[in-house]
Design a binder for this molecule. Sequence first.
Ligand SMILES: [Zn+2]
Ligand SMILES: [Zn+2]
Length: 424
Amino acid sequence: MNEFDVKNTEHSAPAVPYKKFVKQMSKWYSTGELPELASQDLRFVLELQKQKLRSLGLDMKCELKKKGSDRINSGDTSYSDRVFKNTFISGNAGMTRNVVSTQDQLTKYTDDIDLMVIIQELNDGTQPGDDMPLCCPHCGAPSTLGELQAGCKHCGTHFLMSELYPKVMNYFTFENHDIKQTKIKNKHDLTTLIIASIIPMIIICILFNLFAGQAQNTIANVIFGLFGGILGGAMVGGILFVFKKLFESLRLMGKQLRGIGHLVSTLLNADKIKQNDPEFSSEYFRDKITSLFRMAVYSKDATVLSCCKCRCPKEAAEIIEARLHNFSIISCQIKDMICDVNLILYLDCLHCRDGKIKIKSDKYRMRMRKQIKTPTGLGFSFSAVSCPSCGASFDARNVKACPYCNNEYLHEEHDWIITDLKRI
Ligand SMILES: [Zn+2]
Ligand SMILES: [Zn+2]
């Protein structure tokens, strides 16, 4: 059952759910068929994103692209709780993403992305209880593990444990830095800069030679000017190219290092939370922050979500795809087992402004809260929760009370919520 062991980077097993999911994502963007492997909460995020794209008059299409070998680069990152293990897996399957306007066809944005996913499976030898709340993968109705194995109350589908896991909990996209493409771009840049430098240099050198040249006749002065211009222009073009590359590398380095200044504070604060909740981890938190930010930003009105207690800043209205690059935990207060965290998120987002799509670096301040007396549960899904008062399973995405016993349902008692979100 340990077929997803992250140490087995050359093992073919992780390739199966990963590739299946990449195909399902392509299908989702082309036909609107929800990825079967995606967890219910991830499906919810995807649906919210589709609604947002539609409201902006956009459509996103993804095409699966095979890239050389079938090797799967499962990172060494995995985290687990008592029952589940979540593993980051990325592979060589790339995607070409197109964003087009559904109205006037003017907007067209294409980029090559790599996909990284978090796959959830059961820990070796563990078996969750029959009363664990779980959504029916077929009809989406909130249910429990036991009920789904006996046959979903709503659609009657029976499930085996092997059909419920592994599941994809989240996905991340990365810009694909193709070496071949970079070489082509470098060649193009160098040629453009040399030509752009040679032309004015030739003019300058010829003019200089005509007025102050050493040669006896005009033709000789023009020829000397021409050669001098070509040589000087090539040199200037080459120097400009080196400076351009240097500037680009420094900018990229600055982009990559975002958040590094708060590293110590992040580690100390993460440790503080971990002391109260041993199953907390930075990797888990990264996944959680990404999901919550996406839900809040893709939602038409974030305040209707039970996991969000604030409005979304108006600048977020133009975000159509959000990727978390890094996060810093600036401060963390724990009082009466309520944990309030103050974070800075460093993101790379696809924006749609005035009908144009652009990738931008964003910085957001986010405050989050959770009652940490309930330990982190990787299997938690707010699409299927169990009522603490009457035990019934219900969908808690947009409700503030149990629909069966009417008792108030406080989301922060079970999972992290957003209490404030601002662009900085
Ligand atoms: Zn069902
Ligand atoms: Zn209830």
